[in-house]
Every structure is written in structure tokens, then in C-alpha cells.
Design a protein around this ligand. Structure first.
Ligand SMILES: Cc1cc2nc3c(=O)[nH]c(=O)nc-3n(C[C@H](O)[C@H](O)[C@H](O)COP(=O)(O)OP(=O)(O)OC[C@H]3O[C@@H](n4cnc5c(N)ncnc54)[C@H](O)[C@@H]3O)c2cc1C
Ligand SMILES: NC(=O)c1ccc[n+]([C@@H]2O[C@H](COP(=O)([O-])OP(=O)(O)OC[C@H]3O[C@@H](n4cnc5c(N)ncnc54)[C@H](O)[C@@H]3O)[C@@H](O)[C@H]2O)c1
Length: 455
């Protein structure tokens, strides 16, 4: 049995960085990965999808160039093979970057294989036993496939398999209208496919406030995407022209050339032998952790998507920062200090931080709200992209900013004005006096705060 100072299982967005920090401090570390270094973000998530979104935006800008006085003769075409290759190049550069990074670290042994617990100190991989006093789990998640009538009879795509596609679907039907569903919906519409989104809930992106969900639906419908919500009787069967998707509720059957299942993700914890180490999970399979990411078993921690406290690259990376600071830097970092922020990469994007209006109201606080349409943002007008709006919610008593949303051009970047202010605990009256640069989207942040009204 080989012994290490630490074993890291899964090379997602926290494990590799933690392994590297431990190695730097002289520890001997085993990093076990069953597929590709970089995990979901690099190989099947953020990096390829945002590369594809960029291709889709290029097509959209080219198609609309005439309105800006730029004439492009002929029809705008999309070469799906080039589109796919671009994404593949970005994946391979990032993956190979990680491979060479680890190749130069003497204290890290990278092992490719599926790891399972034998007991709380021992792991088996490729038939070999490994042991360490510290074990970190960064095993991530995979697409959830719901048990829907007929699903076993059809060929469907997931967010992983669609990345390898290099042909244009005639009609892409997407089940699930949240992050994955909406990003692929707009992307494939812009590539030239007919696209239908079918969502079980009453709204798209249902974690957001209704005004945001409605504006997102308007943006997508305006590009010719069909959206069906409150569809909870979806069934599939193979037909002569493709896959027949029955939606119910008086909506005619839809014939799809391709179906993408985008109904959430499940943690990779069912095949890890957790029961042999007596590691607790919740009823959805997420590993239970405390405020410092420790599991119920001494010497075992869970980071990233598999602990259910975030499903983003930056939350996984922050888990690494918390674990590394507490183990190696004598700090006392906690999960509960994190203010959640994220973006939805439709175009225009949605940047979000902190509480939604719904959450702020439910907290029982006295709140203030301000909104501003992007039609009243100079930068948006100049760019000719005025869809969406900005919104901020503040605590009327403490004057702290509770949350913000920017659905509009550069919303994913401009939201960082709020993210930084909230992390620095700056009150909104202080931020009102900032002097931003003109003409930007961010320049409206002080104005937005100046318009806060009690509700
Ligand atoms: C289509 C898509 C788009 C996304 N876009 C964004 C985005 O724009 N921004 C954002 O912040 N997030 C995005 N995400 C989410 C983001 O990819 C994840 O939150 C992020 O990768 C963090 O994951 P992780 O570190 O928990 O683990 P992962 O990256 O999932 O890695 C886990 C690794 O563990 C390995 N593994 C699992 N079980 C075992 C085992 N038993 N033995 C050995 N190895 C094992 C897996 O092979 C995998 O490589 C997206 C996700 C998807 C699917
Ligand atoms: N921009 C980003 O940061 C980004 C992009 C893509 C993915 N991600 C991550 O990936 C994770 C998974 O994304 P997702 O969109 O698959 O999941 P999700 O959990 O956000 O949304 C799933 C959607 O599918 C719907 N749904 C579930 N079962 C259904 C059914 N049987 N029929 C119809 N609709 C159904 C749900 O109501 C929900 O709207 C997210 O949690 C997110 O963190 C992030």
C-alpha cells in the first residue's frame, strides 16, 4: 500500500489547486482523476460553452451588421466543424496546461483511474491501495437524466455530448430552461437551428425574480426561440421524421431532430464507496460538510459541486481557497463568509450577486429597491443593444446592499461593482459618491443606488 500525506480525488476546479499548494509546502500528494484533468469546467462546461457562445455571438453580430451600416454581401453561414474545433482547441490548451503543470511537480503523483473508498483512510484505484491521513473529495457532478416516459427509447444529447457535435440540428428541443438549457438555446438558434425550450416550472431561470425570468423569456422569444413553461407531462417517442416530443396542456406534439436534456446535475458520489468510510450525504447524494468543508469523518473534506454549496467554477475554486488557507496558512476561513455571485451567459448576459428580491422580502427585512432599464444606459444605446434592466436591493436599516442583478450588455462584468462593494461591506450611500468612467454600464451603478426607494 502506497502512503501519501494527502489524497485528492477528482481533478476539478479545487482539487488540482489544493494539491499544488500542498506540494509547495513539501507534502506528498496523490491526485486521482478518472477522466481528464480540469474536470467539467475545462472539458465539458464553462470553457467550451463560452467558446461556443462567442461563435454564436459572432454570427448574430454579422447578421445584424446592416443596422450598423456594415454590409456583408450574401447569407451569413456557420461552419459547425470550425465552431467545434475552436471549442476543442480551448479545451485541449487548458487540459494540456494542467498536464504539464503537474509533470513539473515532484511531490504530486497523478493517477488516472476511478477511486473508491475501502475504509476511511484507504482508497483503491486501478486495483492498488493508497492511504493518507487527509483525503479531499472534488468529484463534481454529471448531467441528471430524469425518468420521463419514452426517454429510454430515444437518442438524446446532454451538455457533455452536445459539445462534440459538428452538424447543425434541424430542430433542437431542449428540456429544462435554466443555465444549461438557455445558453445552448440561444447559441443553437444563432447557429441557425430551430429551437424549442420546454421547462417544467412556470418560469425560465426560476431561481431569479419573476421580472428577470420574464425579460429573459422575451429576449429569447425575440430571437425566434419557442418557449413552453409549466410543461410537466413531457413524453418522447421515435417518429418517422425524428423524435416526437409530447408536451401536454393543449400544445401540439413537437418533432425534434435532436433533444438536449438540461434538467440539472447529480453529484458523482454514488460510485465512490462513501458507505465504506461512513461519509454522510444528504438525500440527493451531496456530501454533507460543515462551515470549513469537513465531512462527518475526521480527515475527509469535500470541495466543489459534490458538497452542494455551489455549482460554479468560482465556488469550487473558493472551496480550494478556504481549505488551503485553513490547512496551510493558519487562517479561519468559512463557507458562510461567501457572497454568492454568478452569471447566465445568454446575450445580453445576466450578472447576479447576493439576494434576489424574493429572498430579501422573505428575510423579513425592510428593503429598498431600484431598477433601471438598459434603454436608459448610454453605453447600451450607443451599442444598439438595449435589452434588459438593472436592479439593486438594499437594507433600509443597515444601508447594506443585499443583492443586485444586471441583465444587459456587459452585465457579467459590470456586476463586479456590486460584488466588490458587498464583499467590502460598503454601504450604498458611500458607493453613490463613486465617480465611474463614462460611457460604461457601470457608470449607472451610483445613479441606480441614488434611486433606491422603500417598498
Ligand atoms: C455546460 C456547462 C456549463 C457551465 N458553465 C459554467 C460557467 O459559465 N461558469 C461557472 O462558474 N460554472 C459553469 N459550469 C459549472 C462548472 O463547470 C462546475 O461548477 C465546475 O467545473 C466545478 O466543478 P468541481 O470542481 O466540483 O468538479 P468537476 O469540474 O466536475 O470535476 C470533478 C472531477 O472528478 C472526477 N471524478 C469523479 N468521480 C471520480 C472518482 N471516483 N475517481 C476519480 N475521479 C473522479 C471527474 O472525472 C471530474 O474530472 C458549467 C457546467 C456545465 C455542465
Ligand atoms: N453560466 C453558468 O455559470 C452555468 C452555465 C451552465 C451550467 N451551470 C451549472 O450547471 C448546473 C446545472 O445546470 P442546469 O441548467 O442543467 O440545471 P438547473 O438545476 O439550474 O435547472 C434545471 C432546469 O430543468 C427543469 N427541469 C427539471 N426536470 C425537468 C423535467 N423533467 N422536465 C422539464 N424541465 C425540468 C428545472 O425546473 C430547472 O429549470 C447549474 O446548477 C449551474 O451551476 C452554470
Amino acid at each position: 500500500m502506497r502512503s501519501f500525506d494527502a489524497i485528492v480525488i477528482g481533478a476539478g476546479q479545487s482539487g488540482p489547486f489544493l494539491a499544488a499548494r500542498m506540494e509547495e509546502k513539501g507534502m506528498k500528494v496523490a491526485l486521482i482523476e478518472r477522466k481528464f484533468l480540469g474536470g467539467t469546467c475545462v472539458n465539458a462546461g464553462c470553457m467550451p460553452t463560452k467558446t461556443l457562445v462567442a461563435s454564436a455571438r459572432a454570427a448574430h453580430v454579422a447578421r445584424n451588421a446592416g443596422g450598423y451600416g456594415v454590409t456583408i454581401p450574401g447569407e451569413i453561414g456557420v461552419d459547425m466543424e470550425v465552431v467545434r474545433k475552436r471549442a476543442e482547441t480551448v479545451i485541449m490548451e487548458a487540459r494540456n496546461g494542467l498536464i504539464s503543470w503537474f509533470a513539473n511537480m515532484d511531490g504530486i503523483t497523478v493517477i488516472y483511474g476511478h477511486a473508491r473508498f475501502e475504509n476511511e483512510r484507504t482508497i483503491t484505484v486501478n486495483g492498488e491501495l493508497l492511504t493518507a491521513p487527509r483525503i479531499y473529495l472534488n468529484v463534481g457532478a454529471r448531467p441528471a437524466i430524469p425518468d420521463m416516459p419514452g426517454i429510454g427509447d430515444i437518442d438524446y444529447l446532454t451538455s457533455t455530448s452536445i459539445i462534440a457535435m459538428d452538424t447543425l440540428p434541424r430542430h433542437l428541443v431542449i428540456i429544462g430552461g435554466s443555465y444549461i438549457g438557455l445558453e445552448f438555446a440561444q447559441m443553437y438558434r444563432r447557429f441557425g437551428a430551430e429551437v424549442t425550450v420546454i421547462e417544467r416550472g412556470p418560469k425560465l431561470a426560476s431561481r431569479e425574480d419573476d421580472d428577470i425570468s420574464d425579460a429573459i423569456a422575451d429576449i429569447l422569444r425575440a430571437e425566434g426561440i419557442a418557449v413552453h413553461t409549466s410543461a410537466d407531462r413531457i413524453a418522447f417517442k421515435n417518429g418517422s421524421d425524428g423524435i416526437v416530443v409530447a408536451v401536454g396542456d393543449g400544445i401540439a406534439d413537437i418533432t425534434a431532430s435532436h433533444v438536449l436534456i438540461a434538467t440539472g446535475r447529480v453529484p458523482n458520489t454514488d460510485d465512490l464507496g462513501l458507505e465504506r468510510a461512513k461519509i454522510a450525504t444528504d438525500k440527493r447524494g451531496y456530501i454533507t460538510v460543515d462551515d470549513k468543508l469537513a465531512t462527518n469523518v475526521d480527515g475527509i473534506w469535500a470541495l466543489g459541486d459534490c458538497n452542494g454549496h455551489g455549482a460554479f467554477t468560482h465556488t469550487s475554486y473558493n472551496d480550494f481557497e478556504i481549505a488551503a488557507a485553513n490547512l496551510l496558512d493558519g487562517e479561519d476561513r468559512k463557507l458562510s463568509d461567501r457572497i454568492l455571485a454568478y452569471a447566465l451567459y445568454i446575450d445580453p448576459p445576466l450578472g447576479r450577486v447576493g439576494m434576489s428580491e424574493r429572498q430579501a422580502r422573505a428575510s423579513g427585512r425592510e428593503i429598498m429597491i431600484s431598477t433601471r432599464p438598459m434603454t436608459r444606459v448610454g453605453r447600451a444605446k450607443e451599442r444598439g443593444e438595449t435589452k434588459g434592466f438593472m436592479k439593486v436591493i438594499a437594507d433600509a436599516q443597515s444601508k447594506q446592499i443585499l443583492g443586485a442583478a444586471i441583465l444587459g450588455i456587459e452585465g457579467d462584468e459590470a456586476i463586479h461593482g456590486f460584488i466588490d462593494a458587498m464583499n467590502a461591506k460598503t454601504t450604498y450611500p458611500e458607493l453613490k459618491w463613486a465617480v465611474p468612467i463614462h460611457p460604461t454600464v457601470s457608470e449607472l451603478i451610483p445613479t441606480l443606488l441614488g434611486d433606491l426607494k422603500s417598498v
